[in-house]
Design a protein around this ligand. Structure first.
Ligand code: SIN
Length: 275
């Protein structure tokens, strides 16, 4: 297989691989650890193959809020139809940060993609932290922040975005709140990285609302710098997996009138430690 970095700091493209081949899994795992986001091109796989590949990394975490594939309840559908305006995952976020043990990785398989558009953009939380000035690094290292599923998946959020038909609308299950360090030490690489995100982080613990907002906005502007990003342009069959403890991501919603269908499997993670 050929592993080609996508940018100076985040992401790699893998050509000539087969996720069904057990002999290739160690090299894929290494590429995942090294690059945090990997796109494995041209995978002709079934939903069972997708799940078997995900299980090489850990237990499956079944998403409570997305509509599942009829035949495979462990696979979530990420769907935008021709007649929908909004898309799932349009804002920068980290999957499942509202869980006490947030998901390790998400694995997206492209089933139907528009001719153009519908890319996914990723941001490196390690690079974002490393490029803060030392004084700001020292300040944020001691902080913790609250994350919640309520405002994103609760009744208010779902009723205000009725076009997101890919979701179950399982609003009563949106009850998770979790406290995590603002800067974590990555469980696999040991690298330090920012762990707050605009979709699910609600507040820095122990600060006033004004103080919390100011610090979070400063960190978000840092993470939004394009030199910390990579962008995946999808082809049908591509499998992209990303480390939720090392990255943010957002779906680019620039393909109105066209259909895009992804299958997503999420893998369990561990409790996160301060850096
Ligand atoms: C997601 O946020 O998990 C979906 C990303 C995408 O559809 O590109």
């Amino acid at each position: 297989m050929d592993i080609k970095p996508l940018t100076g700091g985040l992401g790699a493209e893998i050509l000539g691989a087969d996720v069904r081949d057990a002999a290739q899994i160690p090299a894929i795992k290494q590429a995942f650890t090294d690059h945090s986001v990997i796109v494995i091109r041209k995978q002709d796989i079934t939903p069972d193959d997708h799940l078997a590949f995900a299980r090489q990394f850990g237990e499956i975490n079944v998403n409570r809020f997305f509509k599942p594939v009829d035949t495979h309840p462990e696979i979530a559908m990420v769907l935008k139809d021709e007649n929908q305006k909004s898309a799932i995952g349009e804002r920068w976020h980290t999957d499942h940060s509202y869980d006490v043990e947030p998901a390790m990785c998400s694995i997206l398989h492209a089933i139907e993609v528009p001719q153009t558009g519908g890319d996914t953009v990723f941001a490196s939380m390690g690079m974002a932290f490393e490029h803060l000035s030392p004084a700001v690094q020292a300040f944020v290292l001691d902080l913790k922040a609250w994350h919640s599923s309520r405002h994103a998946f609760g009744a208010e959020a779902v009723s205000s975005e009725p076009n997101k038909t890919g979701r179950v609308g399982n609003t009563h299950a949106a009850t998770q709140d979790a406290l995590h360090p603002v800067v974590i030490r990555h469980p696999l690489s040991g690298r330090r990285g920012i762990y707050v995100n605009p979709d699910f982080t609600t507040r820095i613990d122990g600060l006033s609302e004004e103080e919390s907002d100011a610090i979070l906005q400063m960190l978000y502007r840092q993470c939004e710098r394009p030199e910390f990003h990579c962008r995946i342009r999808w082809q049908p069959g591509d499998v992209t997996m990303w480390d939720n403890r090392a990255t943010w991501h957002r779906a680019i919603n620039d393909y109105h009138g066209h259909r895009r269908l992804m299958h997503r499997v999420t893998v369990e993670g561990v409790a996160l430690s301060a850096a």
